[in-house]
Ligand binder design. Structure first.
Ligand SMILES: Nc1ncnc2c1ncn2[C@@H]1O[C@H](COP(=O)(O)OP(=O)(O)OP(=O)(O)O)[C@@H](O)[C@H]1O
Ligand SMILES: [Mg+2]
Length: 375
């Protein structure tokens, strides 16, 4: 819109007023802005204020390009991020500058009708600056978060790769002699059925085998080689109940099994056995801290697209922060825990195309295993 010659006249008045009072305006701004003492750019804040003021004058001279305003906004946003300063303080200082200018230009004695248009122009100038600065600040912050996330995930992958390497060599070194000892122990038992302690040796060897197999499952390639088969979940759970019998009796836990004999799933049997063992042992451990009755309940649900097995106990509630990381390796609250039990469970279920969930509230803590199912 063409400016009237009168408006042009007042514009010149405004420009010279702004130029003449530059120090008054900027001193007031300097005295009232929020500056953090540890801000490495604190001197730059004042310099930027002067720059911004000069740009306001340029606006009225018609010499301000979008490029210059955006450039200053981006530069300031970058410095604010590097100074790790609160974005609220930054916006506060910008708005303070706007208020000081608007409040003081009434002193230029420009009639209100003409002044209104200049005030609008100043508002647009500051809004555009804030928009570019905050957008840049947000984009830079997001980039930084992405960078950190990818660093954490790379670091995590490295740790898992090391864990995988350790477990493979660990498993090879220990598994073969262990299998041989277990075989000889069986032979010994067959030839001398009444020999003392053989059952205890067998139980301890099974425990050791369980631990070693646990590590085997942390190295992915081995898991994928396992064969899938039709498994009667009820039979498998009963097998696990026998294997953990000593722990169940020791902790006085009541086991409730509510699974239909015809409930089958297709999965790797050894893998699933490992999962149930882990979940049983975790539940029994958790129930030890609880008053009676201590209930470990296993049931199943058939949904349209999946078959679900739930292992629940009425033990203590798991804190929501722990639930978020509970399936990560090395997460443990136990003095002698390794924190790989649930990580291994999740990996095994995922390698069988399923997924795991954990929910915990006052009534129960439930780990559910979901398997896809096509009818
Ligand atoms: N049923 C449960 N009730 C309450 N807390 C549980 C339950 N299952 C797991 N947790 C919590 O999750 C943590 C991680 O479990 P996870 O099985 O991965 O490792 P762990 O049992 O500590 O060690 P391990 O490697 O010997 O299994 C446990 O230390 C425990 O705090
Ligand atoms: Mg465990």
């Amino acid at each position: 819109m063409e400016l009237s010659s009168e408006q042009n006249q007042y514009k010149k008045v405004l420009i010279s007023y702004l130029e003449k009072n530059q120090n008054v305006f900027l001193n007031e701004w300097n005295e009232t802005i929020k500056i953090n003492e540890i801000d490495p750019y604190k001197e730059k804040i004042k310099e930027n204020g002067y720059g911004m003021y000069a740009l306001v004058i340029q606006t009225f001279k018609g010499a301000l390009s979008d490029y210059m305003l955006t450039k200053l906004a981006h530069q300031v946003a970058k410095e604010r991020l590097e100074a790790n300063i609160n974005i609220g303080d930054f916006l506060y200082n910008i708005n303070l500058g706007r208020n000081i200018i608007i409040r003081n230009i009434f002193g230029a004695n420009i009639p209100i009708a003409h002044l209104q248009e200049f005030i609008n122009a100043i508002n647009i100038h500051f809004d555009t600056f804030s928009y570019h600065a905050v957008t840049k600040y947000t984009n830079l912050t997001n980039d930084l978060i992405e960078e950190k996330k990818s660093y954490i995930s790379e670091n995590h992958k490295d740790k898992l790769a090391v864990l995988g390497q350790i477990s493979s060599s660990f498993v090879h070194e220990f598994r073969n002699p262990l299998t041989a000892i277990m075989g000889f122990n069986k032979l010994l038992k067959r030839e001398n059925p009444n020999l003392k302690y053989l059952d205890i040796i067998d139980y301890e060897l099974n425990q050791l085998n369980f631990r070693i197999t646990q590590f085997l499952h942390t190295s992915k390639s081995d898991v994928n080689e396992e064969q899938r088969e039709e498994i009667s979940v009820l039979k498998l759970i009963e097998e696990i109940q026998e294997l953990t019998y000593a722990n169940i009796v020791d902790a006085s836990v009541n086991v409730e099994i509510d699974i239909h004999p015809n409930f089958f799933i297709t999965a790797s049997k050894d893998g699933l056995k490992q999962v149930f063992l882990n979940l049983f042992i975790n539940s029994i451990d958790a129930l030890k801290d609880k008053e009676h009755p201590r209930i470990l309940r296993i049931d199943s649900i058939i949904e349209e697209n999946e078959r679900i097995i739930r292992i629940s106990n009425n033990g203590p509630v798991i804190a929501s922060e722990l639930i978020e990381t509970i399936f990560e390796p090395f997460v443990t609250t136990k003095e002698l825990g390794t924190g790989i039990g649930l990580y291994v469970c999740k990996k095994i279920i995922e390698s069988n195309d399923g997924y795991m969930n954990c929910e915990s509230n006052e009534n129960a803590t439930t780990f559910s295993l979901h398997f896809p199912y096509d009818q």
